[in-house]
Design a protein around this ligand. Structure first.
Ligand SMILES: [Zn+2]
Length: 554
């Protein structure tokens, strides 16, 4: 039995929901606690959170949670804390960099949670329980104050290298700490986990500071308002927009809850510099000429209800988009969001607005992740015994193996790529997959955690794809009136043109009820109709609408 295990609860195979348990004997340390983003097969689900059943089992068996360390302020690394923390009997010490603490505290406040979080200094070793010592080092990424963690355990040193890039010219001057990586590599690392999301790209990811001049150029040639949307945590991008606006003599207005909040948090922490007279309140937007305005607005993925979408469809109180304005998407579409993202762009283009996005101008966005070349540099400096690509899908892990691990001479058995649920065990300096647990996505859809199971999701899918049929079966004085069955459909077939299908449903409904005989309950009727009628309809029309039988006493 291995005394030391690492249990990834997310962050593998699928990119999001990063959460790793480090378990040594009876102590557990958590690294990251992020949310996931649902795919198109989960209609109506807002958020996915990590499956923590295994963690709770371990705690019930007497293990102790000694700490939680967070690498950076992105949702997929810290966004699940407001859901996971209230489930714990005892809150352990929580640890993050100062900006990350600011972002987390805002999320906790929204949920009315008061929990203390410690900040740390780089290169300072902090003990968690008896077995873990954690140290952070600076890396560049698309949110400031991002860290990699070095975790000392009695079994050896683990390097937790989540999201990063090697930006030679970062806006805040804080470069990835290659010097410390080299020192660590010389001291000896047992396992290094490395962000592999961009391992398909061989060329060095360009610096974030290449985006600013491009935005400035576009701003210079804008007749009306310059409206730009971006990921709201991308503080260095916001800083470059502010700098360009100052140069061009445009006032800056921030619109959208997430952008406004993040700007406030980061400027309070002096991580964002806002010249005093440059900012205006969104309610004063009409007091300024359009060609003197730069609007930074939330909603870069075209999210329903976001400020950008309300402005695009003419429903925003403060922002009207006019033909002389220029709308710039300074963000790539995240896979899964294509429909909403391009719907917004199409609407603007259709209205004759000049809209510019990375498909037509790739310089409007640079990734916050390292390419294979940069991953290789880091792996070489760290020089660990084992490598483990994290934060990517299977195709990214495959390319990591090829471009990074193999090219540095790592053999297959020295590159660990566990499947979701597989547990790493460490014994005498060797790492193996020692066990496997069942991991299921947990959903949050605005009402609460875990209230949307597979059945609800399959209901939503069938409604979305094939519509819904309500069967109203009248009952007079205890007798079902099978001649007066009424069929109401929504999103299924257009009623007037579907007389035939409706007649078919009425006849089949009556037939199915008759076949149940005399001693049937209402429940029997409902179940029989849901199953049998569904199957018959599928045979005839190749669609499976949701069927809702209603027995109506009149
Ligand atoms: Zn990130």
């Amino acid at each position: 039995m291995s005394k030391f295990k690492i249990v990834p609860l997310g962050g593998l195979g699928k990119v999001t929901q990063n959460m790793f348990l480090y378990i040594y004997e009876n102590e557990i340390l958590i690294v990251d606690c992020g949310i996931g983003f649902p795919d198109e097969y989960m209609p109506g689900v807002d958020t996915l959170i990590p499956d923590t059943r295994y963690l709770h089992e371990q705690l019930k068996e007497g293990k102790k949670l000694v700490g939680i360390a967070i690498t950076h302020g992105h949702e997929d690394h810290m966004g699940a804390l407001p859901y996971i923390l209230p489930e714990l009997e005892e809150i352990p010490p929580i640890w993050a960099s100062s900006l990350t603490v600011g972002f987390i505290q805002k999320k906790l406040q929204d949920q009315k949670l008061k929990i203390a979080i410690d900040t740390f200094e780089d290169h300072q070793k902090v003990s968690f329980g008896q077995y873990f010592k954690v140290m952070s080092l600076a890396v560049t990424h698309s949110v400031p104050d991002t860290k990699h963690l070095v975790i000392d355990t009695p079994e050896g040193v683990i390097y937790h290298g989540s999201d990063f890039k090697l930006d030679e010219h970062p806006l805040d001057g804080v470069k990835t700490d290659l010097e410390m990586m080299e020192t660590l590599g010389k001291q000896g690392i047992l396992l290094a986990m490395i962000d592999c999301l961009r391992s398909e790209q061989l060329e060095h990811t360009p610096s974030e500071t290449t985006v600013g001049p491009e935005l400035e150029k576009l701003m210079r040639h804008t007749k009306g308002k310059f409206i730009v949307t971006l990921m709201s945590s991308h503080i260095h991008r916001i800083q470059q927009i502010v700098n360009a606006a100052e140069k061009m003599g445009r006032k800056v207005v921030f619109i959208g809850r997430s952008v406004e909040q993040n700007v406030q948090i980061t400027s309070n922490l002096k991580k964002l510099h806002l010249p005093k007279d440059l900012m205006i309140d969104k309610r004063d937007i009409n007091k300024h000429k359009d060609n003197k305005l730069c609007v930074v607005i939330a909603g870069s993925q075209g999210q329903e209800g976001s400020s950008l979408i309300r402005a695009v469809f003419g429903e925003h109180r403060q922002v009207q988009i006019l033909p002389d304005d220029k709308v710039v998407f300074s963000a790539n579409v995240i896979p899964g969001n294509e429909i909403a993202y391009y719907r917004a762009i199409n609407e603007l283009a259709g209205n004759g607005v000049n809209v510019i996005y990375p498909d037509v101008n790739p310089l409007l966005h640079q990734s916050g992740h390292a390419s294979a070349a940069e991953q290789r540099t880091v792996a070489k400096l760290l020089h660990p015994k084992y490598l483990m690509p994290i934060g990517g899908e299977d195709r990214h892990r495959a390319k990591f193996r090829e471009y990074v691990a193999q090219s540095l001479g790592y053999t297959k058995d020295k590159v660990i790529t566990p499947k979701i649920g597989e547990i790493l065990g460490f014994t005498n300096g060797e790492v193996r997959i020692v066990d496997s647990i069942d991991i299921r996505p947990r959903t949050v859809d605005g009402l609460g955690i875990g209230d949307v199971g597979p059945i609800v999701l399959s209901d939503r899918r069938s409604m979305g794809q094939s519509g819904m049929i309500v069967l109203i079966i009248p009952r007079r004085k205890g007798q079902l009136d099978l001649k007066k069955i009424e069929v109401i459909s929504k999103g299924f077939v257009f009623m007037k043109e579907a007389e035939e299908v409706i007649r078919f449903i009425e006849t089949e409904t009556a037939g199915i009820i008759k076949s149940l005989g005399k001693n049937k309950t209402d429940q029997d009727i409902r179940e029989a109709l849901e199953h049998k009628l569904g199957r018959k309809l599928y045979k005839v029309i190749r669609r499976e609408p949701m069927i809702i039988p209603v027995i109506l006493d009149i």
